[in-house]
Design a protein around this ligand. Structure first.
Ligand code: ATP
Ligand code: MG
Length: 736
């Protein structure tokens, strides 16, 4: 290869990065910490392969979000002027299935069900099987089905392993659910992966063609792949064995969706002879940020040890700031953002991160009041809106006439006099005749047996549907179809009052989205558009190039970076998230669940380039009640060096259980009672050392020192201990 081209691709990279980028054929694993250039390496390696002469159409890049995929494709194009396929696993599988799923008896026009669609199916099945929804909660059943699928277990296998009545019913619902989806010509998210695995296993020629197509496979964020994804990657590279996987086990944050540490840990076993390269220089963060993040993650037991260094300089200390409540926390963040912004409104890129979506509300309120431009990174919310789901259901039904869930959703939306009884009768007739529900609706022999009013209403719907399908077949672009559905259904006219304006805006946005999709993917058609809307993830709508503050969850912050990060709500209950910990380890100390929460904390911290603020509040509204939250145990796991504490360390609360309590305030402390915690030594654990944890008992805490227990409250499976520490003026509350 000419040196100049190689230089263009390797210029500025360090030695290990160059080794990874220019690695020849064969399996390669790059395990490295946050900000070490893993994504950059994958991107440059894709470009390098093109330069080496691999036809661009024979390279497949896999990223975690569509956004990351298009960003990577853009960078590759910039470097070597070639279009390479870069997709998420789900989008890649959908593409493959559209071409090959007929082998499995599905039509290529299949609908992809999102969680709410799947829930509707499960609810209907529970009803049909007379299961008590209090005991057999549809959401729990769906989660269980999904975890069977994550492990590639069939309904028969699930039934075989059932250890309780509940499990047995879950396996039964799983079987019925699969049948129903097949009838509806629909796949859920998990199926995209599962059906691909099935195709590869049962149709060697399909696999052979895919293997031929995919000479080189590069996967980013490998630590969050699940079993099915791993099996797909392994199958795709079963012949050429050119797989490059990059990842960081310390950033595995999706075990609740089936991510498996083993995929990285056992990579060398799976691909014998694999080379492993590690990258040790962090290019993103200052030394203070990197030290704090590395120190914190060190408390995890399940780790892949690595040493990261940075040449970015010490930078400013990491600031830990305590606040009275969420409003104070949000105001403080706003004030800091103001300080960082110059007169012309220019400033560093800022990310405000939080554990749970509902925490964004307070920031939105304060930022709006303070005129701080912001964007909430949460597009899935958009596709979950009722108006969008309704119009989308029409579109789904046009693409896939067997989609019963879509049909049931809109057959009487807007209202056209088709009631539940009519629908039941039609459903029954469809069952008897063993035909799709829509066919029954369109069949006058069937509808003719109903009352003339019902038959008339159904005929009206049938005519509308025919008209829309016909229009869609001849339409030049997707936007026109979306518009036709909105217009001809009279959807807007059916909405009145306050909702009208908002619905109008939503639908206008939807049309705009369709137009944009059309321009970017001229050949994708309506099927491609619907697929993209279903597979959209939160960050896909994020615009990193604007001057606004980004508000996002820790999960969606993965892979991103900001000059300044505010990691907010670092509190008991919230981070570690109590439910997430308890679900994984009921009654225990947290175990795996706690470790995953700590990785989330670590992911959040490592998003910061220059400044990192960790904030917490003493109390927060949780499920409609003010609960004393206070500083998270993770804060006690920070190093002494390079961390500056300000504000409260007290988590005593004004209101708990609705009762107003008095708090000691220092005269000069204003509303926060500001007191700085001095962390004298690095604690190895945030646990209170054994002693009598009962009122009056003496205890020792690794951060706060010795103290006397004032009260002990049982909250769920945790103990909330209020302690009068000798070296603190006000009592502190700690969750054990
Ligand atoms: P994460 O684990 O968070 O996904 P990562 O390992 O994928 O991080 P990148 O996002 O690729 O890291 O890189 C982190 C930052 O460092 C980016 O801003 C990237 O442009 C920069 N960077 C990486 N390598 C180099 C390099 N050799 N020279 C200059 N900057 C670099
Ligand atoms: Mg990355």
């Amino acid at each position: 290869m000419p040196e100049t081209i190689k230089n263009k691709i390797t210029a500025g990279l360090n030695e290990s990065q160059i080794r990874a980028v220019t690695f020849g054929d064969g399996p390669l694993l790059v395990v490295a910490g946050a900000g070490s250039g893993k994504t950059r390496v994958i991107t440059h390696r894709v470009a390098y392969m093109v330069q080496r002469g691999v036809p661009p159409g024979r390279i497949l890049g896999i990223t975690f979000t569509n956004k990351a995929a298009s960003e990577m494709a853009r960078r590759v194009d910039e470097m070597v002027g070639a279009g390479v396929t870069i997709k998420t696993f789900h989008a890649f599988c959908a593409m493959l299935l559209r071409r090959r799923i007929h082998h499995l008896g599905y039509d290529p026009s299949f609908t992809i069900y999102d969680r709410s669609d799947s829930l509707r199916v499960v609810r209907r099945l529970c009803k049909a099987l007379n299961l008590d929804p209090q005991y057999y909660k549809p959401g729990d059943l769906l989660d269980t089905i999904s975890s069977y699928k994550d492990r590639l277990e069939s309904p028969q296998e699930a039934a075989g392993k059932a250890a309780s009545d509940w499990d047995e019913q879950a396996a039964r619902i799983y079987a019925a659910y699969e049948e129903k989806l097949a009838e509806n010509n629909a796949l859920d998210f998990d199926d995209l992966l599962l059906k691909t695995v099935q195709l590869f296993r049962e149709y060697p020629d399909v696999l052979a063609r895919s293997q031929d197509y995919c000479r080189h496979l590069m996967v980013d964020e490998y630590q969050d792949t699940n079993l099915a994804q791993h099996v797909i990657a392994r199958a795709l590279q079963g012949k050429h064995r050119n797989i490059t996987a990059v990842g960081d086990p310390d950033q595995m944050i999706y075990t609740w969706r089936g991510a498996r540490m083993a995929n990285i840990m056992e990579f060398e076993k799976e691909f014998p002879g694999a080379s492993v390269i590690s990258l040790e220089r962090n290019y993103r963060s200052t030394a203070n940020i990197l030290r704090a993040a590395s120190h914190a993650i060190n408390f995890n037991e399940l780790r892949y040890e690595k040493n990261l260094y940075t040449k970015a300089g010490e930078g400013r200390p990491v600031v830990v700031a305590g606040h009275y409540g969420a409003p104070e926390e949000a105001s403080w963040v706003a004030e800091k953002i103001r300080e960082l912004t110059d007169k012309n409104g220019a400033g560093p890129s800022v990310g405000v991160l939080y554990r749970t979506k509902y925490q964004s509300g307070e920031f939105e309120r304060v930022f709006a009041k303070e005129d701080i431009p912001y964007q909430v990174v949460d597009t899935t919310g958009f596709f979950d809106r009722k108006a969008i789901k309704d119009i989308a259901a029409y579109l789904h039904l046009i693409v896939n006439p067997r989609d019963e869930i879509a049909l049931r959703r809109i057959i009487n939306v807007p209202t056209r006099g088709i009631g539940a009884v009519t629908l039941d009768r039609i459903g029954h007739a469809a069952n008897q005749a063993d035909i799709p529900l829509l066919d029954a609706v369109m069949d006058t022999k069937i509808t003719g047996k109903l009352s003339s009013r019902a038959a008339g209403a159904l005929a009206g719907f049938a005519a509308l549907y025919s008209e829309l399908s016909e229009y869609s077949r001849n339409a030049e672009n997707v936007r026109d179809v979306v518009e036709a559905v909105i217009e001809r259904t009279g959807y807007l006219a059916s909405i009145s009052g306050d909702e009208k304006e908002e619905t109008e805006e939503l639908l206008a946005y939807f049309k705009g989205f369709a137009e944009q999709h059309q321009n970017q993917n001229p050949d994708a058609g309506l099927t491609g558009f619907m697929e993209q809307s279903v597979l959209a993830s939160d960050v896909d709508g994020w615009r990193p190039d604007t001057d606004s503050v980004s508000l996002l969850t820790l999960h969606s912050a993965k892979g991103l970076e900001f000059d300044v990060v505010f990691l907010t709500g670092v509190e008991n209950y919230i981070l570690p998230h109590l439910r997430a910990v308890e679900e994984r380890d009921p009654g225990g100390d947290g175990g795996e669940g706690l470790e995953e929460e700590r990785r989330l904390f670590h992911v959040g911290m490592t998003r910061a380039r220059k400044l990192l603020f960790l904030t917490y509040a003493s109390e927060r509204m949780i499920k409609g009640r003010f609960e004393p939250t206070g500083p998270s145990r993770f804060l006690t796991e920070l190093p002494h060096e390079g961390v500056f504490w300000e504000g409260l360390v007290d988590s005593g609360s004004r209101r708990f259980g609705g009762r107003v309590k008095k708090r000691k305030m220092r005269p000069d402390s204003g509303k926060t009672g500001g007191k700085r915690a001095r962390v004298k030594k690095t604690p190895k654990s945030s646990h209170i050392a054994p002693g009598d944890i009962e009122p009056g008992g003496k205890i020792e805490h690794p951060q706060y020192g010795e103290g006397t227990v004032i009260s002990v409250n049982n909250i769920g499976k945790k103990k909330q201990v209020k302690v009068d520490f000798d070296s603190y003026e006000e009592p502190l509350t700690i969750l054990q």
